[in-house]
Design a protein around this ligand. Structure first.
Ligand SMILES: Cc1ncc(COP(=O)(O)O)c(C=O)c1O
Length: 400
C-alpha cells in the first residue's frame, strides 16, 4: 500500500501498551486504545495530585482546579473556540446532545417547530430530539452515501429551528461539508449542531471556520478516557440557555424559595466533575496534536484506500460509504451474517465491529440489518489491512 503520506506508524503503535504484538485492533470508531501519555496522566491524577476542584481552600485543590481549567483552555485551543468559557465538560457526545435538546430545546422548540437530521445519524443524535418532543425531518443520502446537501437545501424551511448532523459518519466514514451545511441551516435562521465524535480523532476541527453553533465529541474516541466529553457552543448561545441538571457547582445562590444559577460553563456542570477524566483528555489532545491531525488524516486515508482496494477485489464483498471515507470502512459479505464475519476475524486476531452501529435508520436505508466495520487509528498500519484482507478471504472460503 501507499504509505508515503503516513510517517512512522509503527512508532505510534509502540505508544499503546494494550495492543499486543499481532493483534489488529480495527474498532477505533467504537473506542480508541489509550497511549501511555494518557494512562500516565490518569495515574498521576489519582496517585499524586488528586483532590476535588473549585471548592477546596487547601492548596492541593487549588492546584487541581488550575489543572482542570487548563484542560478546558486546551480543549478551546484544540477546536479553536473563542474562549474556555465556551467549553462544557459532559460525559460524552451522548450527554452533550441531550444537554442541547433538553436545555436549548426547551427554550427554543415550540409546537410546530422542527429539527432536521440525516439518514446516517447515530441514535444519540436522534433519540434526544424525540425525547424533547421535536418534529423530525430527515435529509437523505447521495448515491455514494454522503448527506445530500442539495436535498437539504431544497427541504429546509423556517420551521426548522435546528439542524443536527454527523460531521463524520460512524458507519460510512463519509465526511460532511460542514461549512455548506452551516450556510444552508443559517439561510432560514436555524442553528447547526455537529456530532463530531468521529471527526475530532481523525481531522483538524476548527469550530469558528466551520461556522457551526454547537459541536459535541467524546474523549474516549480521541484516545482519552471514557466518561468525559465536550459540548462547545458559542458564548451568546450558552449564556441564554437554562440549566438542565440541578445540583452543586451550577448555582450562585440557593434558598427553598428560589435558586440562581452560575454563568456558563458551570451552569451546565452540576455535581462533582470527572476531574481525572478531564486531565486524561488534556493528555489525549496533547498526544494527537503532537502527531498532527493532518498527519493522522493522511495516515488513515492511506489505510482506508488500501482496505477498500483489498476488499473490492473480493467479488462477494459489498462496500458501503464513499471512496474517500475517513478512517472507517463498512462492508457486507453476501450470504454471511456480519457477526459470523466478526467471529471468524477474531479467531485470526482481527477485532472489528459487527452490528447496526447504533444507526438502525441507516441500516434500513442501506437495506441491511447489520454491517461489518473496520475502523482505523494512529496505531494501525499496512499489517492490519493485510490481516483484515486475509481474514475476509478465509470467511469467503469457509462460506463457499
Ligand atoms: C457518530 C457518533 N455519535 C455519537 C456517539 C455516541 O458517543 P458516546 O457513546 O461516547 O456518547 C458515537 C459513538 O458511538 C458516534 O460514533
Amino acid at each position: 500500500m501507499d504509505m508515503a503520506a503516513s510517517t512512522r506508524p509503527l512508532d505510534w503503535l509502540a505508544d499503546f501498551p494494550a495492543i499486543p504484538e499481532g493483534w489488529a485492533y480495527l474498532d477505533s470508531a467504537a473506542t480508541a486504545q489509550k497511549p501511555r501519555a494518557v494512562i500516565e496522566a490518569i495515574t498521576k491524577g489519582y496517585a499524586e495530585t488528586y483532590a476535588t476542584v473549585h471548592r477546596g481552600v487547601y492548596q492541593r485543590s487549588a492546584e487541581m482546579t488550575l489543572a482542570f481549567e487548563a484542560s478546558r483552555a486546551r480543549v478551546a485551543r484544540f477546536i479553536n473556540a473563542a474562549s474556555a468559557e465556551e467549553i462544557v465538560f459532559v460525559r460524552g457526545a451522548t450527554e452533550g446532545i441531550n444537554l442541547v435538546a433538553q436545555s436549548w430545546g426547551r427554550d427554543n422548540l415550540e409546537a410546530g417547530d422542527r429539527v432536521l437530521l440525516s439518514t446516517l445519524e447515530h441514535h444519540s443524535n436522534i433519540v434526544p430530539w424525540q425525547l424533547a418532543g421535536a418534529q423530525i425531518d430527515v435529509v437523505p443520502l447521495t448515491a455514494d452515501h454522503r448527506i445530500d446537501l442539495e436535498a437539504m437545501a431544497a427541504m429546509i424551511r423556517p420551521e426548522h429551528k435546528l439542524v443536527a448532523l454527523g460531521h463524520v459518519s460512524n458507519v460510512l466514514g463519509s465526511v460532511l461539508d460542514a461549512k455548506r451545511a452551516a450556510e444552508i441551516a443559517h439561510s432560514v435562521g436555524a442553528k447547526l449542531l455537529l456530532d463530531g465524535c468521529q471527526a475530532v480523532p481523525r481531522m483538524p476541527v476548527d469550530v469558528a471556520d466551520l461556522d457551526c453553533d454547537f459541536y459535541v465529541f467524546s474523549g474516549h474516541k480521541l484516545y482519552g478516557p471514557t466518561g468525559i466529553g465536550v459540548l462547545w457552543a458559542r458564548a451568546e448561545i450558552l449564556d441564554a440557555m437554562p440549566p438542565w441538571q440541578g445540583g452543586g457547582a451550577m448555582i450562585e445562590t440557593v434558598s427553598f424559595e428560589r435558586s440562581t444559577y452560575a454563568p456558563p460553563p458551570a451552569r451546565f456542570e452540576a455535581g462533582t466533575p470527572h476531574v481525572v477524566g478531564v486531565l486524561g483528555l488534556h493528555a489525549a489532545i496533547d498526544y494527537v496534536a503532537g502527531i498532527g491531525l493532518e498527519a493522522i488524516a493522511a495516515h488513515e486515508a492511506a489505510l482506508v484506500r488500501a482496505a477498500r482496494e483489498a476488499l473490492s477485489g473480493l467479488n462477494s464483498v459489498r462496500l458501503f460509504g464513499p471512496q474517500d471515507s475517513a478512517g472507517i470502512v463498512s462492508f457486507a459479505i453476501e450470504g454471511v451474517h456480519p457477526h459470523d464475519i466478526g467471529t471468524i476475524l477474531d479467531e485470526a486476531k482481527v477485532a472489528i465491529r459487527a452490528g447496526h452501529h447504533c444507526a438502525q435508520p441507516l441500516m434500513a436505508a442501506l437495506g441491511v440489518e447489520a454491517t461489518a466495520r473496520a475502523s482505523f487509528g494512529v496505531y494501525n498500519g499496512p499489517q492490519d489491512v493485510e490481516a483484515l484482507a486475509r481474514g475476509i478471504e478465509r470467511v469467503t472460503r469457509i462460506f463457499g
